[in-house]
Ligand binder design. Structure first.
Ligand SMILES: [Zn+2]
Length: 354
């Protein structure tokens, strides 16, 4: 079968590999649509970072690895003992790989597994191939009214959903989102669905400011032209916002986030930082503010996102700004996201389509 495999920095190959065999507790899927993620780009341009070069503790695999961790597909074959899924079922895959035995897993926090990995980055194949075999525990059924291409957005949407869910956000709160990229938009959609009263987005790029407005941000601020802290206080009775979601990961943004959040408010970090940053602990202490991190998604998030889309609380279709073929990932997909990222939220790759 054809697969798009990552061999190392700037080395992505469209090549023939054997079709994986389905075993107990597993299904074989024909991927339909696959989203390209910032993580994929990061690996391609400067990796391997996350992709293992020594055997991954769980998958025992190293590069070359098939890419693609944001995907939907149709079940093609089920393992000998699988009774709850059938050939033809439409599914989204939650790509977290966890050991189930470490301290974090024993608490049910699979997303924090000490050995964690991802389908499409750490082994077990990836969505950018004609077939993939995964355990049934990764599967989420798509309702009839959720198309397969929307199914490929569940993963990035679950990141924003999870961030909002485990942050102290409550319905009616005022929030600031730093960064209007795909994750910022995913946080924005989750906040709309969960009833934020005031959503302020800070974003430099003109095009991304427009995206944020179109997805329902109440206020969009250009941090190079306006004082983010002052605007947040002015918009919130001089108290500041309840929660800030940092989806940008830059020092200037973090500095304004800490001062834009009210007393006892919380700054939530979702961004993957390129390097260490500085925080003045006294800025937290004297105002009893909190700083917390969130990572990917955990039990419940995928299903809640699927339900929110199915009932119309979340309308993510406009996140798809470009569709390409499997053979075009490097030339059209990656190059577009490298050279023209401001004009795109999600690039989807049509593998099996549907
Ligand atoms: Zn674990």
């Amino acid at each position: 079968m054809k697969a798009l495999r990552f061999h190392g920095k700037n080395d992505l190959r469209y090549e023939d590999i054997p079709i994986p065999k389905v075993g107990k507790g597993q299904v074989k899927i024909r991927p339909s649509w696959v989203g390209i993620c910032g993580t994929d780009l990061h690996e391609y341009m400067g990796g391997p970072n996350l992709c293992p070069t020594t055997p991954h503790p769980i998958t025992k695999e190293t590069v070359p690895l098939t890419f693609g961790h944001e995907f939907s597909g149709i079940i093609d074959e089920v393992g000998p003992d699988v009774t709850n899924y059938n050939k033809g079922d439409r599914v989204a895959v939650q790509p977290i790989i966890y050991d189930g035995t470490c301290g974090a897993c024993l608490e049910g926090l699979h997303n924090c597994c000490w050995s964690n990995g991802f389908v499409g980055l750490s082994g077990w194949g990836g969505g950018l191939a004609e077939y993939i075999v995964v355990p049934t525990t990764t599967l989420y059924r798509l309702p009839d009214n959720v198309p397969l291409e929307i199914g490929a957005l569940i993963e990035p949407l679950a990141v924003g959903w999870h961030a909002v869910k485990i942050s102290p956000f409550r319905e009616g709160d005022a929030v600031l989102i730093l960064g209007g990229g795909p994750i910022g938009i995913s946080v924005l959609l989750a906040l709309k669905a969960r009833g934020a009263s005031k959503i302020i987005v800070s974003e430099i790029s003109k095009k991304r400011q427009e995206f944020a407005k179109n997805f329902g941000a109440h206020y969009v601020i250009d941090p190079t032209k306006e004082d983010v802290v002052k605007r947040c206080r002015d918009l919130c009775d001089q108290q500041g916002v309840h929660v800030v979601y940092d989806c940008a990961g830059v020092q200037a943004g973090l500095d304004s986030a800490i001062h834009a959040v009210r007393a006892r408010g919380t700054v939530v970090n979702i961004a993957i930082w390129e390097k260490a940053c500085s925080i003045v602990p006294n800025d937290l202490t004297f105002k009893e503010r909190k700083y917390m991190g969130v990572a990917t998604y955990s039990v419940g998030d995928f299903q809640e996102v699927i339900d929110a889309i199915s009932v119309g609380e979340m309308k993510p279709r406009d996140m798809i700004t470009l569709k390409i073929k499997l053979t075009e990932v490097e030339e059209k997909g990656f190059k577009t996201l490298i050279n023209d990222k401001d004009n795109h939220v999600k690039v989807l790759v049509e593998v099996g389509g549907g």
